[in-house]
Design a protein around this ligand. Structure first.
Ligand SMILES: Nc1ncnc2c1ncn2[C@@H]1O[C@H](COP(=O)(O)OP(=O)(O)OP(=O)(O)O)[C@@H](O)[C@H]1O
Length: 270
């Protein structure tokens, strides 16, 4: 369990990126921070592995105050996946994945063998192991980024807009893959996005944020969709435009679900 208690981050220039933020992120669940640009999502995420330290307040992991832990050691036991994969360009795929375990003291041969197994886990062919990142597609690079984030077998995986830079079809594949991985691996995932559809798809707990890391609403996708807390949330999730209000068309022999604009969204199983 990760807990933020009255956490504030004020940057040296005076910007209050996060202002008195408190929240519990349950273990083995995916919590998604969603909100528009500049609302403090990345700052919140990076405070979990001490890439950024809060100005006030405390963050605990399983009741341990992380300010008492050495940042480098903490970072090596928390997976981190970022938007542009962050792979080292001059290292082969397999070595990108094996780096952190080797820094943690795992021998090269074991780290490489584990890295190959992780390529299977994220749905990549092992034949790509000896390529350099530039020889992969954007989607493949992101998969390697996820494999690298998992390499030290962390309990916690931080993901900062990891699928933001790939096309919609690949993005959808990566999202499905992450849902599968979460079921299989049972990690505590903290995921940042500005895309509410992605947040609802991936999040067990969705946190809708406004400037300064202010929580507008927190809940499961179902809770938020059924009861948006205020007009800001209603507008953010598209409820005000009727986008998410679905209708049933039973005029034919099949029951067709229509979205707010009358477009078919799916067919109900008989
Ligand atoms: N190093 C910094 N110095 C000063 N201000 C910063 C710094 N980093 C971020 N900020 C400011 O803090 C606020 C929150 O930034 P943050 O990157 O956490 O937002 P975000 O929600 O992740 O945005 P985006 O979706 O654009 O990545 C913004 O106003 C940003 O300009």
């Amino acid at each position: 369990m990760i807990e933020f208690r009255s956490v504030t981050k004020k940057y040296p220039d005076g910007t209050r990126a996060v202002d008195d933020f408190s929240l519990v992120l349950p273990s083995r669940k995916t919590t998604v921070f969603v909100g528009s640009s500049g609302c403090g999502k990345t700052t919140l995420l990076r405070m979990v592995n001490r890439m950024i330290d809060p100005t006030a307040g405390t963050i605990t992991i399983d009741d341990e105050d992380i300010s008492t832990l050495a940042p480098v050691a903490l970072r090596r036991r928390i997976g981190y996946v970022m938007q542009n994969s962050g792979l080292l360009p001059h290292r082969k795929v397999v070595d990108n994945v094996a780096t952190v375990p080797m820094l943690n003291g795992v021998t090269k041969s074991v780290a490489r063998a584990n890295a190959l197994a992780l390529l299977d886990t994220v749905g990549l062919d092992r034949s790509l192991a000896d390529r350099y990142p530039s020889q992969l597609s954007g989607g493949q690079q992101q998969r390697v980024g996820v494999a690298r984030g998992l390499a030290a077998d962390p309990n916690i995986l931080l993901m900062d807009e990891p699928f933001g830079a790939v096309d919609p079809i690949v993005r959808s594949e990566l999202q499905q893959e992450l849902i599968r991985l979460q079921r299989e691996l049972d990690k505590t995932i903290v995921f940042v996005t500005h895309d509410i559809d992605e947040a609802f798809l991936l999040g067990h707990q969705v946190v809708i944020l406004r400037k300064g890391g202010h929580i507008e609403q927190v809940g499961s996708p179902t809770e938020i969709l059924a009861n948006p807390a205020n007009e800001f949330v209603a507008s953010f999730i598209g409820a005000d435009r009727g986008k998410r209000v679905l209708h049933l068309d039973e005029s034919s022999d099949r029951r067709v679900v229509l979205d707010g604009d009358g477009r078919p969204a799916g067919v109900l199983a008989p």
